[in-house]
Design a protein around this ligand. Structure first.
Ligand SMILES: NC(=O)c1ccc[n+]([C@@H]2O[C@H](COP(=O)([O-])OP(=O)(O)OC[C@H]3O[C@@H](n4cnc5c(N)ncnc54)[C@H](O)[C@@H]3O)[C@@H](O)[C@H]2O)c1
Length: 469
């Protein structure tokens, strides 16, 4: 692809869609900072702009054929079979294993009920796609690396910093390609934000204010009733939900963070908050079920939302009700074994005195990250719909509409398929530099999360973030 040097003037021209297009400010050293990247016009979602992959089709084994393994990543292979072929699957739930096997014609000898069996055979593919629950990342990652596989590894890398380091060391020993699924780095909206900063459009970054509004129902589904509810079974919220945010902050600021202080707790979703007359399950004769915003009967049976994590081979009223009576998603949100926080604030200090204030707020009626970035020559605001860049001297604004770039794309605004697109090329060429979310760079943002949690548990004590040791 032809490289083009472009600067702030090019950038603002290419944003192009502002209602009141701004006169361009006089150039300054920061304005003229050019990123040496291809034109901003190239930032449409990957599949639309993909170059044909030269070389062989990448063969992968999917370990954990649930929502991510099937919906987010294998779907790339169904769409682009010349690039990715799934040749093995490990999945204990029969219909999910069969769904994958049928779609990719996987021979019976390569259909497994659990990840361990994959590694009893000699290597039979290029890569392992690890999309098991968080507590089952370490095992298949280490076993896969040992046998010489490359990995597409779902975040969180592992449950402890020590385990993350084990995976990193083995990756480097084996010279493997390991992509961590920080899919936001492959999403056009965040890519545009990074390009704007790198072009010097707001001067030098001084500070960032970043909000992750999880949204109440999402919280109740994933972090109260669901797989990420308990920090021992999965990870603390700052990692399981917010490793994307620490990663985006580290990526946008492009400098290491040295210190963090964090506060947060679980306020709403605990037994002390349970309304009078509520029962252990929404189907158990709960007196307030009809008025409860978290009624599982309304969310799952009537609205048919969030069904991808329920164990449902067939979706109908009867099967959903059966799941709600016996499974985790029918439980009262005030009476689960959840312990992850529903609000947390973390302050990070980066090199050169740059600061970032990050809030994870579960109790919102809306989702979509909000980010404000303050620079020496202007500021930027984004809400995953639009990006607004304001010039400090003229006060004029440029607005870029992210919705157009993300229309019709895969999950995470195109980030899911964007990641696989880069991964298959990195594996094909044995070149990790074709990825932006290697395990090497992801370690740093994971450590930011581990240290933020350590700070929270120690009442907000300032923690150092040091990669070595
Ligand atoms: N990158 C992202 O934005 C993103 C988003 C959501 C989830 N995730 C991560 O992806 C991973 C999977 O999440 P999900 O939403 O797909 O969950 P899921 O429950 O839908 O899928 C996990 C699958 O693993 C299977 N499994 C369980 N034990 C297994 C075993 N021993 N061997 C093989 N398979 C086994 C389960 O049956 C299930 O089908 C998690 O680590 C999660 O944190 C990442």
């Amino acid at each position: 692809m032809e490289k083009k040097q472009w600067n702030r003037r090019d950038l603002l021209k290419s944003l192009g869609v502002a209602a009141a297009a701004a006169p361009l400010a006089a150039s300054s050293p920061a304005n003229e900072m050019s990123a040496g990247r291809s034109s901003i016009q190239d930032l449409s979602p990957y599949p639309e702009k993909r170059d044909r992959k030269p070389g062989e089709t990448i063969k992968a084994i999917v370990v954990g054929a649930g929502s991510r393994g099937w919906g987010a990543y294998s779907s790339y292979g169904l769409k682009y079979p010349d690039e990715l072929q799934v040749v093995g699957v490990a999945e204990p739930i029969p219909y999910r294993r069969e769904r994958m096997s049928k779609a990719f014609n996987i021979p019976e000898k390569h259909q497994f009920t659990t990840w361990e069996h994959v590694f009893e055979l000699p290597k039979f593919a290029d890569a392992i796609i690890i999309t098991t629950p968080d507590d089952l990342h370490y095992g298949p990652a280490m076993a896969g690396l040992e046998l010489g596989y490359d990995l597409l590894l779902e975040k969180v890398i592992a449950q402890t910093w020590e385990e993350c380091n084990d995976i990193l060391r083995l990756t480097e020993k084996k010279g493997a390609i390991v992509a961590v699924c920080h899919v936001l780095r492959y999403n056009p909206y965040f890519r545009k934000m990074k390009e704007v900063i790198e072009a010097g459009a707001i001067g030098e970054v001084v500070s960032v204010q970043h909000l992750e509004p999880v949204e109440r129902i999402h919280m109740s589904h994933s972090f109260v009733r669901g797989n990420w509810r308990n920090s021992k079974k999965s990870n603390p919220m700052i990692l399981s939900k917010s490793c994307h945010d620490t990663d985006i902050l580290r990526w946008l600021i492009n400098k290491p963070s040295h210190k963090v202080s964090s506060f947060g707790s679980l306020s709403l979703f605990r037994e002390a908050m349970a309304p009078e007359g509520s029962t252990d399950r929404c189907t158990g004769g709960c007196a307030v079920e009809k008025d409860c915003p978290y009624s599982a009967i309304r969310l799952y049976k009537e609205q048919r939302g969030w069904l991808q994590h329920l164990n449902l081979e067939e979706v109908n009223d009867e099967t959903i009700l059966r799941e709600l009576k016996d499974g985790p998603y029918g439980r009262c949100v005030y009476r689960c074994d959840n312990d992850v926080v529903d609000h947390q604030v973390s302050n990070f200090e980066f090199e050169e005195g740059i600061t970032a204030a990050f809030s994870m707020e579960a109790l919102t009626h809306y989702g979509g990250r909000r980010t404000r970035i303050f620079g020496t020559e202007g500021d930027l605001f984004g809400d995953e719909k639009t990006l607004t860049i304001t010039n400090a001297i003229t006060g004029k604004q440029d607005v870029w509409d992210a919705r157009k770039a993300m229309k019709g794309s895969s999950g995470h605004g195109g980030g899911d398929h964007g990641l696989v697109h880069d991964f298959v090329r990195a594996v094909d060429k044995k070149d990790a530099s074709l990825l932006t979310s290697t395990i090497q760079v992801s370690m740093e943002s994971h450590l930011m999360g581990f240290q933020a949690e350590a700070s929270r548990l120690e009442g907000g004590k300032v923690m150092e973030i040091k990669l070595q040791g």
